[in-house]
Write a protein that binds this ligand. Structure first.
Ligand code: COA
Length: 426
């Protein structure tokens, strides 16, 4: 749930996304969901923050219903199989209706939507001996038109249909259309809204995956992932490989899910990211607040020493943050004691949502490299509750307060926290 107090958090993101484009792709079923009007309000909020939004929608749900109502058997529902002539007619009727419903919905939140010839398509052709007939592939996105709409504060609404140069229409798969549109518009985010929601492997919700991890899942554990999510994940991997930095897969039924995913660390869906967006960097003064927030829970449990913002700011050059989606989700500090050729690893903390993904281990290795670069021969750290982590995962061994440099020892005695001392030769 997003609260008013989160407004500050939201405003922090605004400059990053202003005048950038999000492509939001919704399955046909989402348009009929009771949460659809809330999603439109979220989109209106994004627009009010000057985030450009292009909407791609599917129509599978409506084609299925239309087929049932008219007693026809569609040759394919989702634009990936064979589209025969009657199915194309159904797709046209169903998709045009969905497009119009989206435009109506946008109008209800004071946004203008527009539908135009956004996609130039060609036939998918004959694949392994099967003629896919009126199923098409995106050949080109009409970027000039979409950009003109965006510049005029109009939300382009893009159905899963395209035309070729001869004026023939083809049925497309909306997940694939979204990738092409996001790529062509250089979108900073592609957001899939589906009724299936987050990607799960068995019981485990997968919140954050690098492209490589997502690909490995598709190759190795495909059977453990819901069929509806496989297509989303495949397209997310393609989009991320082709330059869309972040792809989110969100449950369209979660109220405020879209905003929570975009504007908070605790997203509700699955994020697939290109790896360069996950990085360790030296903290800057502006990160002091995020660091303070990150360590808050650890401080309350006495896992970490209480630090004031001023203290963090004073030593900010010794802190490092680990970012996901340009957002600090973990931190560590390396304090040098040059005289003793030692350094302290301190303030290691991983946001609860991102634990057990190897981030703690990565930051520990990074801190070691940093200490080495500072000329230290030994790295030590003090821990009240994570000592086993350092021993078992980091190769530290249990030391004694005698291992601490005199100034640190004096502070150690003074605080009375009785932390264990861990050391590692570098
Ligand atoms: C300790 C901490 C940094 C680990 O971060 P993380 O990103 O979850 O760690 P990783 O993903 O690299 O490693 C996870 C592994 O460490 C283990 N682990 C995590 N915390 C542990 C602890 N307190 N004791 C022993 N093992 C621990 C996990 O069980 C997991 O084991 P597995 O790989 O066998 O499944 C994180 O839990 C944290 O922020 N704790 C609170 C702050 C703290 O105590 N900091 C240390 C003081 S400087």
């Amino acid at each position: 749930m997003l609260h008013l107090t989160d407004l500050r958090e939201i405003l922090r993101y605004v400059p990053k996304f202003r005048d950038r484009v999000f492509v939001i792709a919704m399955d046909g079923a989402v348009v009929e969901d009771e949460n659809f009007s809330n999603l439109l309000l979220d989109i209106a909020l994004l627009r009010s923050l000057r985030v450009g939004v292009a909407l791609v929608h599917g129509a599978g749900h409506q084609i299925k219903r239309l087929a049932e109502q008219t007693g026809q058997a569609p040759s394919n529902i989702d634009g990936t199989g064979v589209t025969d002539a009657p199915t194309l007619q159904m797709a046209l009727t169903a998709a045009n209706r969905v497009t119009h419903e989206v435009i109506e919905g946008l109008a209800a939140v004071d946004l203008s939507g527009a539908y135009g010839h956004a996609l130039v398509a060609h036939p998918a052709g004959i694949i392994r001996g099967v003629d896919y007939q009126m199923t098409g592939r995106v050949e080109r996105v009409n970027v000039a038109m979409l950009q003109a709409l965006l510049e005029h504060d109009i939300v382009p609404v893009i159905p899963p249909l395209g035309c070729d140069g001869e004026g023939r229409t083809y049925r497309l798969n909306s997940d694939a259309v979204a990738v092409e549109v996001a790529r062509a518009l250089r979108a900073v985010k592609l957001i899939y809204l589906s009724a299936g929601g987050i990607v799960r492997r068995g019981d485990e919700s997968l919140r954050q995956l690098s492209v490589e991890e997502a690909q490995a899942l598709l190759t190795g554990a495909r059977a453990e992932i819901a069929e509806t999510m496989v297509s989303k994940l495949e397209h997310a991997v393609r989009a991320a490989r082709e330059g869309v930095p972040r792809v989110h897969i969100i449950d369209a039924k979660v109220e405020e899910g879209l905003l929570a995913e975009v504007f908070s660390n605790e997203g509700v869906g699955t994020l697939v990211h290109a790896n360069e967006y996950q990085a360790i960097r030296r903290a800057q003064k502006k990160d002091a607040r995020s660091i303070l927030k990150l360590i808050q829970a650890g401080v309350e449990n006495d896992e970490l020493v209480r630090r004031t913002r001023q203290e963090i700011e004073r030593q900010i050059g010794e802190y490092f943050v680990f970012e996901v989606d340009a957002n600090p989700v973990a931190c560590v500090a390396v304090h040098p004691y040059s005289e003793q050729r030692k350094a302290e690893l301190a303030c290691l903390c991983v946001d609860g949502t991102f634990e057990n993904q190897g981030i703690g281990a990565k930051l520990t290795h990074y801190a070691e490299a940093q200490a080495r670069a500072l000329g230290a021969a030994e790295l030590f750290c003090l821990s009240t509750q994570a000592f086993n982590f350092f021993v078992q995962k980091g190769g530290f061994r249990l030391g004694t307060p005698d291992d601490l440099p005199p100034a640190r020892r004096e502070r150690y005695e003074r605080t009375g926290r009785k932390s264990l001392v861990l050391t590692k030769k570098l």
